[in-house]
Design a protein around this ligand. Structure first.
Ligand SMILES: [Zn+2]
Length: 158
């Protein structure tokens, strides 16, 4: 304890910038710094700490609040990149939606085609049934004629 009291260099730390303890920041006049917001320019909206006597005879004290502009620039770039990615994804989604519409349209026409094919198949089946029936009739006719023929031979020989 005693050694700490004698250590003079540590007594000045209260006026130094500790980043997030910025609200308790003191300017070079020893007054509590006031937080301002940038009203225009590329850093608009950013907060900074300044001397409470500004603009009349201030000590020139200036500290960015929370973040420095470089970090903000990086963040802005990241946001920009995100926006670009989102825009790309949106474009991709739009494209896929268009493709889906096309496929749905195609499927609709294919369904029509399928119906046509089904109808054709049905017709072909009916034709086939007719044909097989005719064939059956023809073979019956052949069988009958052979029987008649054989019968006639038997009669002629007798
Ligand atoms: Zn000051």
């Amino acid at each position: 304890m005693a050694s700490r009291r004698h250590n003079g260099s540590s007594s000045s730390t209260s006026s130094r910038n500790y980043g997030l303890v910025a609200s308790k920041m003191k300017c070079r006049c020893g007054l509590e710094a006031i937080t301002h917001t940038v009203k225009n320019g590329e850093n608009v909206g950013l907060k900074f700490h300044g001397c409470p006597r500004w603009p009349d005879g201030d000590c020139g004290f200036f500290e960015w609040a929370h973040v420095n502009p470089k970090v903000v620039d990086d963040l802005r770039f990241q946001v920009f990149e995100r926006d670009t990615q989102v825009a790309e994804k949106e474009m991709e989604i739009d494209f896929l939606k268009e493709e889906l519409k096309k496929v749905e349209k195609k499927m609709g026409s294919k369904e029509d085609e399928l119906d046509d094919t089904k109808m054709e198949l049905c017709h072909t089946r009916i034709e086939l049934m007719k044909a097989t029936r005719n064939e059956k009739n023809f073979s019956i006719f052949l069988l009958v004629s052979w029987i008649v023929f054989a019968f006639m031979i038997v009669i002629l020989k007798a």
